[in-house]
Design a protein around this ligand. Structure first.
Ligand SMILES: [Zn+2]
Ligand SMILES: [Zn+2]
Ligand SMILES: [Zn+2]
Length: 296
């Protein structure tokens, strides 16, 4: 029913009223479609029925098997991946990197990284091109120095020569910029690593001192807090295949139990969990750096 055919109230029949209600309901329940982030993929699911827990309007709009990537990725609004593309996107999961010079690049899960760009939306497009190349939808880009693509002297024109000079200039600029980026990164690294290794030594000394003390560290509230941060009360085994058990691990509830024992509010228990995670993560990262140094 179009809007120009408006029926005065006095002439409205029961059937016409029903049609109006049906149209209104159809608008209210219109699917909210989300499309797969892989360029060219037209698979969609209905976000509305997923949210409300009702069956999708059509079976092919079901959210089963779809995965989401968060807003912290290279896509400012996040993204959706259809079941067919979950594997390929997972093996090329992009993490946004900011260089010391303020440019943007990507750390792809496969090790690929584009040249840093000044506008962060560009790296998302470069990653899409990389994904399409990996999927085989795009032919691999030939290197511009590929001998097979060299133009013989007789065929060079003013325009093609200009193009070559432009590329040379770009390459020189990039080399200079990359040198500056590398220098800033090395400088940051050479300052951060000794600081982190020093903190690790101190934290390990505290851990050892507390572990060797015979006192009951759970009895006093402040002691318990120090213990929870510096030694940790929950199981920290991250081995794949490890399942918490009662025999050789303390499970994932010990911090909650300790908090309850001292009537500590939930937000403070969560905060303590974060403080512990930062300590454990700093030690783990420092160990990885040492390990990499030993291997080199
Ligand atoms: Zn897809
Ligand atoms: Zn990749
Ligand atoms: Zn465990």
């Amino acid at each position: 029913m179009s809007t120009d055919a408006r029926i005065p109230l006095a002439e409205l029949t029961e059937d016409e009223l029903q049609t109006l209600y049906d149209e209104r309901d159809a608008h209210r329940n219109a699917p909210v479609l989300r499309t797969c982030l892989v360029p060219g993929c037209i698979k969609q699911y209905d976000a509305l029925s997923t949210m409300t827990g009702t069956p999708p309007p059509r079976p092919e709009l079901s959210a089963t098997g779809w995965k989401q990537i968060g807003t912290g990725s290279i896509f400012p609004a996040g993204g959706n991946i259809c079941p067919t593309h979950v594997d390929i996107v997972t093996s090329h999961l992009p993490r946004r990197l900011q260089t010391p010079s303020g440019r943007w690049s990507i750390d792809c899960a496969c090790g690929w990284s584009p040249l840093p760009q000044r506008w962060h939306h560009l790296v998302a497009a470069l990653w899409e091109e990389h994904l399409l190349t990996e999927l085989g939808d795009l032919p691999p880009a030939p290197p511009i120095t590929d001998p097979e693509h060299r133009t013989p002297l007789a065929e060079l024109t003013d325009a093609s020569l200009d193009e070559l000079y432009d590329r040379l200039e770009d390459a020189e600029t990039y080399t200079q910029e990359l040198r500056e980026i590398t220098r800033a990164a090395m400088l940051g690294y050479s300052q951060a690593v000794p600081a982190l290794l020093g903190v690790k030594t101190s934290l390990e000394a505290l851990h050892q001192r507390i572990s060797l003390d015979s006192r009951d560290w759970t009895h006093d509230k402040t002691d318990a807090w120090l213990y929870a941060i510096l030694v940790g009360v929950n199981c920290e085994n991250t081995d794949t295949g490890h399942v918490h058990n009662d025999i050789d691990c303390s499970g994932d509830q010990a911090l909650w139990n300790l908090g309850r024992q001292h009537d500590i509010p939930t937000d403070q228990i969560i905060r303590t969990g974060h403080l512990r995670w930062w300590v454990a993560n700093a030690i783990k990262t420092a160990q990885q750096i040492e390990q990499a140094g030993d291997d080199a």
